[in-house]
Design a protein around this ligand. Structure first.
Ligand code: GLY
Length: 414
């Protein structure tokens, strides 16, 4: 137990995923929670989680020494010993401060919070960015966590401004938020609107804004986007395409592609992960049964897939051509594990807990987890950014680390 963890039972309870999650859950599924508390047997010890968390904190503090003003860690190329960072406008900029904040909560090390605040002061400029749909990733994983831990009026203003910027990308004919301004391989024409499954992750920011402004339009946009995605993105087996291309004048879904996966009809692993996480959070925010059913169906597709390996760390695409010799994507495993731990709370289905536990055990093994001072301070080896673009292949990824640390925290708090 660390200094923060003994601040009091109410703090500890509120620290689980978010205070709001818990309040909602207490209101709506106390029976399931009771059952969860009665039955749960964990096979990963508290000591193991604590030691991995300490390692993570030390790694991130070592990374802090490499980050100069205006830079945001993306990845590290072990063979070249090369660190790669982005500017604040890249979709992954919020994960580094977000990971620092989770680790601060878990360890109580002030230096982690100070480093997060140093980064946030620069990231603030993205609140007015209307050229990306990724503001949820960028601003909610960073300022959302900062505000949850230590609420401040300036964080509130930044989050509200970010939600306002994100909402400018909503199209009321398609009833979805525009993800990209163009599609790869010139597949979209002028007048098209491209939506990627990843966009489900940006909806959390809109729910926050609705709850904290009283402006229900934000909730309406998030719900419409989720409904449109649920209708068009998924195949009969609940696997998802990556991109949908809509005609923005008529709302018609013109084509369905998978640019970041192996093929248009394949199931890109991280896309399935974003879908699972996205509909689990939709249930958290709305308590609408149809989103829970959707999350369960996506989980079934993932967990029962014949190409899911024994260690439960998926191949980068469930249909990748060189399975069983193809690359794994540790980031997909981290996102799926975190989502399953939340889904377990709403369903009391131990299969979700057991699968998440297996994924976490694998990610904590030497095969995936960096040792102290390895990997430029990152945590998880074997992430795949975009194989088709030959970008960030078999490397650590800032978002893999973020969802891994979130999953560890969720596991510990169950
Ligand atoms: N949002 C892009 C990705 O998952 O790689």
């Amino acid at each position: 137990m660390n200094s923060l963890k003994v601040l009091g039972l109410s703090f500890v309870l509120c620290a689980a995923i978010s205070c709001k999650d818990n309040q909602e859950e207490n209101k709506t599924s106390s029976e399931a929670t009771e059952a969860v508390e009665n039955k749960l047997t964990k096979s990963i010890s508290e000591e193991k989680i604590d030691s991995v968390t300490q390692l993570a904190a030390n790694q991130y503090l070592s990374m802090a020494g490499k980050i100069v003003e205006g830079e945001y860690p993306k990845t590290f190329y072990p063979k070249k010993e090369e660190f790669e960072a982005s500017n604040s406008g890249w979709w992954t900029s919020g994960f580094y401060p977000g990971t620092l904040l989770y680790l601060y909560e878990e360890t109580g090390k002030d230096t982690l919070k100070q480093e997060a605040e140093r980064i946030l002061a620069h990231l603030e400029r993205e609140a007015k960015n209307t050229s990306t749909h990724d503001l949820g990733f960028m601003m909610y994983c960073s300022f959302g966590n900062a505000n949850r831990i230590d609420p401040k009026p300036e964080y509130n203003d930044i989050l509200m401004e970010s939600a306002k910027s994100l909402a400018t990308r909503y199209n009321d004919t398609v009833k979805a938020i525009r993800s990209w301004d163009s599609a790869p391989w010139n597949k979209a024409e002028k007048g098209d609107l491209v939506v990627i499954i990843d966009n489900m992750m940006n909806l959390e920011l809109l729910f926050w804004a609705a709850d904290h402004s009283g402006n229900e339009r934000y909730r309406e946009i998030a719900i419409n986007h989720a409904n449109t995605t649920m209708k068009n993105h998924f195949r009969d087996d609940y696997s998802t395409y990556h991109e949908l291309i809509y005609d923005e004048q008529t709302g018609e879904a013109k084509s369905k592609i998978t640019a970041q996966g192996f093929a248009d009809e394949s199931s890109w692993a991280r896309g399935q992960a974003w879908g699972l996480y996205g509909y689990t959070l939709m249930y958290r925010e709305t308590k609408d049964q149809k989103y829970l059913d959707q999350a369960k169906n996506i989980a079934k597709f993932i967990l029962e897939h014949p190409n899911m390996p024994e260690d439960m760390v998926p191949y980068w695409d469930f249909d990748a051509e060189d399975i069983p010799d193809d690359l794994r994507d540790s980031s997909a495993a981290a996102v799926i594990a975190s989502a399953l731990l939340e889904l377990y709370k709403y369903t009391d289905d131990e299969n979700y807990f057991n699968a998440a536990e297996k994924m976490l055990s694998s990610l904590m093994s030497d095969e995936y987890l960096a040792k102290q001072n390895e990997l430029g301070g990152f945590l998880l080896k074997h992430g795949v950014g975009s194989k088709p673009a030959n970008s960030e292949v078999d490397v650590p990824l800032t978002y893999g680390d973020y969802y891994f640390v979130e999953a560890l925290k969720r596991y510990e708090e169950l």
